[in-house]
Design a protein around this ligand. Structure first.
Ligand code: SF4
Length: 287
């Protein structure tokens, strides 16, 4: 991965990004983070490792997330301090980093710390956080730590006192603690095996498996009911007929807002090499 500095950021930041120590230690065949993510991304990352570039400006939130590790080192001497745990399934070694998670063996509590937006927790925890924590729990169980409770501790980087005062579901404090359901052990074992097999199959496949709409962070096409002289939409709907009906009632019109795959367009590290996102890209060339 080559780090660029298109935004001309101070050298200290660029060096901090370039000297990123993550991941710490051997990662085995697959990390917990990759396991729950798209097999296509993992394979393309490996095939194009020497060609990938990322701008330092795009790594700022990740840097702040890493600062949590330093905070936790100060905070909890009784918690498990191993950086990385390993376990094997179907011939592959799975590993998970615990430097932003705290495991309390006496109580069976595993907490994962995240730096995120206040809006990200308005509707509770994200599904991928549930998957990630349960995979970490699986690793803990296989290393002799009986985890019985999972929590996300969200540090809300953009929290606003004013918005909190307006009430509703907006978090009331700059830190939110969210309970995450613990999966039954048979469900967990099946999930891990299924994910390992998916990734193993992708490594051998002639054609890479496609990323799912969720993996691509797809947003659906929506239809905004508008009225002349008003800037904001009266309603935004996913059903074009319902939108047309409402527009007729309101004496307005419908504005189509095309859906898009946000990750493919802006965030995926392998988007230049992915023929699912960009037909004609060099995804298969190096196969
Ligand atoms: S660009 Fe989109 S489709 Fe391609 S690997 Fe990334 S997320 Fe998947």
């Amino acid at each position: 991965m080559h780090i660029t500095n298109n935004a001309n950021l101070p050298a200290a930041i660029v060096e901090a990004v370039t000297n990123d120590p993550y991941p710490h230690g051997r990662v085995g065949d697959i990390t917990a983070t990759s396991l729950i993510d798209a097999p296509r991304i993992r394979v393309l990352r490996r095939r194009h490792a020497d060609e990938l570039t990322e701008d330092a400006a795009e790594r700022i939130w990740a840097l702040l997330g890493q600062a949590v590790h330093t905070i936790l080192e100060r905070a909890e001497p009784s918690a498990v301090t191993e950086r990385r745990l390993y376990a094997e399934v179907d011939g592959w070694q799975v590993s998970g980093q615990f430097d932003r998670a705290v495991l309390y063996p006496e109580t069976g509590l595993l907490q994962d710390y995240k730096v995120t937006s206040a809006w990200a927790v308005v509707n509770g925890f994200k599904p991928e956080w549930g998957r990630q924590l349960n995979v970490l729990r699986w690793l803990a169980l296989h290393n002799g730590y009986p985890v019985t409770r999972l929590q996300v501790v969200a540090l809300l980087r953009d929290w606003s006192r004013g918005k909190a005062a307006q009430g509703g579901r907006y978090p009331q404090h700059q830190v939110a603690v969210l309970e995450v359901p613990v999966w039954a052990e048979n469900v967990l074992e099946d999930y891990i095996r299924e994910r390992v097999q998916l990734h193993q199959a992708a490594e051998q496949a002639q054609e890479l498996p496609e990323c799912t709409p969720e993996e691509r962070w797809e947003r659906p096409t929506t239809y905004a009911v508008m009225r002349k002289g008003r800037k904001s939409a009266i309603r935004v709907l996913e059903d074009p007929e319902a939108a047309a009906q409402r527009a007729e009632q309101e004496g307005g019109y419908v504005e189509t807002r095309p859906g898009r795959a946000v990750r493919c367009e802006e965030y995926c590290p392998v988007r230049d090499f992915c023929d699912q996102a960009r037909p004609g890209a060099r995804a298969e060339e190096a196969a």
